[in-house]
Design a binder for this molecule. Structure first.
Ligand code: NAD
Length: 427
């Protein structure tokens, strides 16, 4: 494992102000937590390298730069010679806010072991709520939330949302659904079942328990849009029989179902239309552009741009999304709300930015490169939208939400996360 000086990383927002906390106190729900504490959950390995490393592991791993002051650490030991791991539980859980029973909510997060879900769970747990995660681990992994297993406020249940499920709860964040094209195309029929039957089951639960229900819909409901940027009023331009239809149409019908339950049964619903989001814990091999580029560049392999690279995308950092989801859940806004970052990049420019940041991090850490990574072009897959950018005026007006993280700052954190994973032999 590389030894690095544990200098704290300074993260600046779009206005150049330092980010030390994420979240805010809004709509009667305080979701502010320290960035260092959050980082200690996703930028620290869930094991140490050898028994001897235990006492000074905190200072000597690349992750240590992000974990200033956190005093809990898994004592699980990885033995590189035999490639085995001796698991133990955490000696101490991260401290969570002690809420009065009247303030503490029982929150169900479906898909809580996935990329977005696990960050939402971290936030809700640190805030002191009771969190139940429902996941079938299709694309998610227990390791993303293992640091909470055993905590009295936390429950992890293996369950497929296609089957009904009963629990008492106050809020439901319904995320369960594979989100990356290779994963959702792997079994298209199952993806549609998850979107339709999973949402039907969770709406039924919300109806019975009178819980507030939030579904994570997607910018894919706009398809290959003819309107730029996309407002929530735009109905979309979707190919109903293309390769992406199982996901796009699945989410569209899930939204229809959600508003059906609102109109017919008075279920209290929230619909978040999420645009491209990236950050630590993204599956490095899920085929999405950010992880593809970062992993290739870190491995010194060529970065592949599909088409001429002129198609544009906007990228939002995970903490901005979690802020937006929590604000929406606790607000009075029941119309669909776009949550995304409007800064538009061509894929070609984005590839250059990723390469520049990977080189910067490698230079800072004294990693020698044998050659510069090349950016190569391949034909465009079918149905890949040319352009997509959110109009987030509604989120700004009704949630007082707007992204704080620059793509550059988010990318740097993500590069460091994947780099540390590579050093552990985990990538
Ligand atoms: N990440 C993005 O950029 C993005 C963009 C738009 C929308 N979204 C939406 O956000 C949600 C989370 O996305 P993510 O990026 O974290 O994806 P992810 O694949 O990392 O997480 C999805 C989680 O749902 C679980 N899951 C899948 N099918 C299930 C089923 N039938 N029953 C129970 N659990 C199931 C998976 O195991 C995984 O833990 C999804 O609903 C996705 O459509 C994400």
């Amino acid at each position: 494992m590389t030894t690095t000086t544990a200098a704290p990383i300074k993260t600046l927002d779009k206005d150049g102000k330092e980010i030390t906390t994420v979240g805010f106190d809004r709509f009667g729900f305080n979701c502010e937590v320290s960035l260092d504490v959050l980082r200690s959950l996703y930028l620290r390995p869930h094991y140490v390298l050898t028994a001897n490393d235990i006492k000074d592991a905190k200072e000597e791993t690349s992750h240590a730069q992000f974990t200033q002051g956190a005093d809990y650490q898994s004592k699980s030991i990885y033995h590189p010679d035999t490639k085995t791991i001796s698991y133990t539980t955490l000696s101490r859980f991260p401290p969570v806010t002690l809420l009065a029973p009247s303030e503490r909510k029982r929150i169900l997060v479906t898909g809580g072991a996935g990329f977005v879900g696990s960050h939402l769970v971290d936030r809700l747990m640190l805030l002191g709520h009771e969190v139940t995660v429902l996941d079938n681990f299709f694309t998610g992994s227990k390791t993303t939330v293992s640091h909470w297993v055993g905590h009295p406020n936390f429950e992890l249940i293996r369950h497929d949302v296609v089957e009904p499920f009963m629990i008492e709860c106050d809020q439901i964040y319904h995320l369960a659904c594979p989100a990356s094209p290779p994963h959702y195309q792997f079994n298209a029929v199952k993806t549609i079942k998850t979107s339709f039957m999973g949402t039907l089951n969770m709406l039924g639960l919300a109806k019975r328990t009178k819980a507030r229900f939030l579904i994570t819909s997607t910018s894919e409901v706009y398809g290959d849009p003819e309107v730029h940027p996309q407002t929530e009023e735009y109905w979309g331009h979707v190919n109903p029989i293309g390769l992406r239809a199982c996901y796009d149409e699945g989410k569209r019908v899930a939204e229809t179902l959600t508003y059906g339950f609102q109109r017919q049964d008075g279920v209290d619903v929230r619909v978040a239309r999420i645009f491209n989001t990236y950050g630590p814990r993204m599956n490095p091999f899920d085929g999405r552009v950010v992880s593809n580029f970062v992993v290739s560049a870190l491995k010194g392999e060529d970065m592949t741009v599909y088409g001429d690279g002129k198609q544009t995308r906007s990228f939002q950092y995970i903490h901005d999304l979690i802020d937006g989801l929590i604000a929406l859940m606790n607000s009075d806004e029941s119309r669909p709300v776009n949550i995304g970052n409007g800064d538009e990049f061509t894929i070609g420019d984005f590839a250059h930015l990723v390469r520049e940041i990977v080189e910067k991090v490698q230079d800072e850490d004294g990693v020698k490169r044998t050659r510069q990574v090349q950016i190569v072009h391949e034909p465009m897959p079918s149905d890949d939208p040319q352009r997509r950018r959110p109009d987030t005026s509604r989120a700004k007006e009704t949630l007082q939400w707007q992204p704080r993280w620059t793509v550059r700052m988010g990318l740097e954190e993500m590069v460091r996360y994947y780099k540390a994973k590579m050093e552990e032999g985990n990538l």
